[in-house]
Design a protein around this ligand. Structure first.
Ligand code: TRP
Length: 328
């Protein structure tokens, strides 16, 4: 079946993926494979803008690849690769930087946030991050880019950059990508307040054991006004209930919705039910992951093969780009 176009997305090598990654990005990456030619990139070069040490980079890449494959990324059709394996992106980054106005980069909210987060390491790569990201996207002539809403400024920046480049060199080689904002729901962490994330340690790794998962679920914050089991709770503001709506059967959700409000079910019981349903849902994923983890060479082969396929597309684009610039 002919696909509708090419999807490209990138994610930093953050290691074992958590529920927020799974629900917000990975499931969507998997689904897009049915309709699009997909290129998914583990952006290790981007990661260098913020990491203090690179000692975990390889392990994190390996763990993340395992999670993605076990979740349903199909490496025979989809190109799954590591950013640094395709050095053409650095070359395109250099050419794109010449049509990038400095002020545009310093104005980006994403840059300003990084400056706040790491005032002692405001490196040049951090400023150029959106240019490298744009290079990665357009190198593969991508039509659609699934990203979280926080990345909207980067996508708009990419589109403007494409227009500037094509205008400056009087060409049409680069294609304006379309952002596809897919993070329908913001998955909250165990605290029930902040977005789930590794840095806040409020996350649940999808690859963890059922026991670990249950232990983490038990730490979840529920309706703070509910002090005792005999108090009525409010599911509308309870993160456990939100997760039940994703992982539990409709009858169970309805039952909790009624019983919580009249103190018919306690928070511990409610959490254990959620943990059981979550573990059941993730069981096939975990089995597949264990199978893949037993064969690390296979994982390396997939990334190697993905790199070869990505490079072939990238080099073709670069031939056209060099020609458009009229490089001697
Ligand atoms: N900046 C993205 C993020 O932090 C990651 C990323 C890098 C990306 N290159 C990309 C996303 C290209 C989409 C397309 O989430």
């Amino acid at each position: 079946m002919a696909k509708k176009g090419r999807v490209f997305s990138g994610a930093r090598p953050t290691g074992r993926q958590h529920l927020g990654n799974y629900l917000g990005a990975i499931q969507n990456y998997v689904a897009l494979q049915d309709d699009y030619d997909c290129v998914y990139c583990i952006v290790d070069v981007h990661a260098l803008t913020t990491v203090e040490t690179t000692q975990d980079l390889r392990q994190n890449t390996f763990e993340m690849t395992l999670d993605w494959l076990a979740a349903g990324i199909r490496p025979e059709e989809t190109i799954l690769f590591v950013q640094s394996h395709v050095p053409q992106v650095m070359e395109l980054h250099a050419y794109l930087s010449m049509v990038t106005q400095f002020g545009k980069l310093t104005d980006l909210p994403t840059f300003k946030e990084k400056v706040r987060q790491q005032p002692d390491n405001v490196n040049y790569g951090l400023l150029g991050y959106p240019v490298l990201m744009a290079a990665g996207i357009v190198l593969y002539k991508s039509d659609i880019v699934p990203v979280g809403i926080d990345q909207a400024p980067h996508l708009e920046f990419t589109r403007e950059l494409v227009r500037s480049f094509n205008h400056r060199y009087n060409t049409k080689v680069l294609i304006e990508p379309q952002a596809k904002h897919t993070e329908i729901l913001k998955v909250l962490g165990l605290d029930g307040k902040e977005k789930m994330g590794k840095s806040l340690n409020n996350h649940i790794e999808i690859a963890s054991t059922p026991e670990e998962t249950t232990k983490r679920v038990r730490e979840m914050v529920t309706d703070p006004a509910r002090q005792r089991k005999t108090d009525a709770g409010n599911p509308d503001i309870c993160n456990v209930f939100t997760m039940h709506k994703i992982f539990s059967a409709q009858e169970e959700v309805d039952m909790i919705n009624v019983e919580c409000r009249r103190a018919g079910i306690g928070c511990v019981d409610c959490k254990l039910r959620y943990a059981a349903n979550l573990n059941k849902n993730l069981a096939p994923f975990r089995a597949k992951r264990a199978e893949l983890a037993a064969n690390p060479n296979y994982i390396q082969d997939i990334l190697h093969d993905g790199g070869n396929r990505a490079r072939a597309i990238a080099e073709q684009t670069m031939i056209e780009v060099r020609e458009a610039i009229q490089l001697p």
